[in-house]
Design a protein around this ligand. Structure first.
Ligand SMILES: Nc1ncnc2c1ncn2[C@@H]1O[C@H](COP(=O)(O)OP(=O)(O)OP(=O)(O)O)[C@@H](O)[C@H]1O
Ligand SMILES: [Mg+2]
Length: 251
């Protein structure tokens, strides 16, 4: 890929605006995420967090601005988006494993079909990541035989098996029963500590405090704050972020 330099942004969101018909969902969003950084995105429901993260790998088109991922323009119609996406791991709220495939097949199908790996190579890599998320013993099961937390860890292992240059997370723990949240967060914390570049939409402020470098706060389609974790949890943030944070922390 074009750009691996440490001081250049891995994800560079440049003045992105997006409309659904007449409704402007994103307004002039600008933010950069550097190699090895963990950025948490939070904000009220409907503020555009999912839309913004989907713009990063071109799952949603935008009408103005651009997103540059590792030197490649997502907005350029000539960009091979499926190829770009094959290097951008994405984990959603709902794990979206293939129900009719075993865990091993879930881990290997895209490696074989998209990256052209041999079955043996794909299985080796997939099982190594399954072990990494603590589920080595579940390789021959089907998704329905696993708990929600386990399925989400498989979804993370599946994304990692593609050797992503960045990982995008959209509320990966919000559909889980409370007792399963930590097992998924633990995997994310360990990824962060290993230096993975991560953009995470989450309201898990414990996670943010533990590993985030920066916090982006969105409101009504705008990036209202983009500051260091210490600033965000300190006293310097704006009024809207303050209100939002006091609401979710007093939950
Ligand atoms: N396909 C769509 N067509 C029209 N409007 C949409 C579409 N998808 C999202 N929206 C609207 O865009 C706004 C932002 O939605 P988005 O899902 O990005 O918010 P969010 O911050 O992720 O919210 P949540 O915390 O509830 O997940 C909302 O007002 C939503 O209703
Ligand atoms: Mg959302």
């Amino acid at each position: 890929m074009a750009n691996n330099s440490e001081n250049k942004a891995m994800i560079d969101i440049q003045n992105v605006s997006k409309w659904y018909g007449d409704f402007q969902v994103l307004t002039d969003c600008t933010a950069a995420i550097h190699k090895g950084e963990v950025v948490v995105v939070c904000g009220p429901s409907g503020s555009g967090k999912s839309t913004l993260i989907k713009c990063v790998n071109g799952l949603e088109p935008f009408q103005q601005g651009d997103v540059i991922v590792n030197g490649i323009s997502v907005g350029n119609p000539k960009t091979d988006l499926p190829k770009l996406r094959s290097h951008v791991g994405m984990v959603f709220q709902h794990f979206e494993l293939f129900p009719h495939l075993s865990i091993t097949d879930n881990l290997t199908v895209a490696q074989i079909k998209v990256l052209g790996r041999s079955k043996a190579e794909a299985v080796k890599k997939g099982l190594a990541y399954l072990d990494r998320v603590g589920l080595a013993e579940q390789a021959n099961k089907y998704p329905a035989e696993l708990s929600g937390g386990q399925q989400q860890r498989v979804a993370i292992a599946r994304a990692l098996s593609m050797d992503p240059i960045v990982m995008l997370f959209d509320e990966p723990t919000s559909a889980l029963d409370p007792e399963m949240v930590n097992e998924v967060l633990d995997v994310m914390v360990s990824l962060a500590k290993d230096g993975m570049t991560m953009m995470c939409v989450t309201h898990e402020m414990g996670f943010a405090r533990q590993v985030a470098n920066r916090v982006i706060f969105m409101d009504q389609g705008r990036i209202m704050e983009n500051c260091s974790k210490d600033e965000f949890f300190g006293t310097t943030r704006g009024e809207r972020a303050q209100q939002f944070l006091s609401k979710i922390l007093n939950h």
